[in-house]
Ligand binder design. Sequence first.
Ligand code: FES
Ligand code: FES
Length: 173
Amino acid sequence: MELNVNSVARTVQSPPLTSLLTVLREELDITSPKAGCESGGCGACTVLVDGQPRRSCLTAVCTLDGADVVTVEGLGTPEDLSRVQQAFIHHYAAQCGFCSDGMVVAATAYVNGGGTDDTDAIGEALAGHFCRCTGYVKILEAVAAAARGDECDVGSTASSANNTYVSIAGGES
Ligand code: FES
Ligand code: FES
């Protein structure tokens, strides 16, 4: 089975029904997708498959022969972070970081798809992504900033519009 992972051609040896999450983490040593619930409910394992967000824990690798897979490792480098990565840092949208890779991947698909800074639309795009740390406000602000194309200085932290807890669809517990 052949995959194009972060623009590198990879041959996968795992059995065909192995989840993409397991292939990425345990065979290909790409560890940004996290094993959270492993049942499709938390978003921590999200990667892009042919440009669309996909729960890698629910995706059998045999369904992906020839697909393009992108993880956070493929979005930017420490020296050249992507727009969404810069926004997450500037807006302090990651704390422990467990949810962040899935959030960044889903937000990247949203921004690349022409998503706006509308809070409801961002919440819908991130539906089902759970964060136990941030209260979601800063995540929503970061994605909005990336959607607007704001300059985001990773050497400073933006002040938040508010510090109250909000929920995104399906992500309120
Ligand atoms: S680990 Fe895949 S959705 Fe939770
Ligand atoms: S930053 Fe800790 S779970 Fe989201």
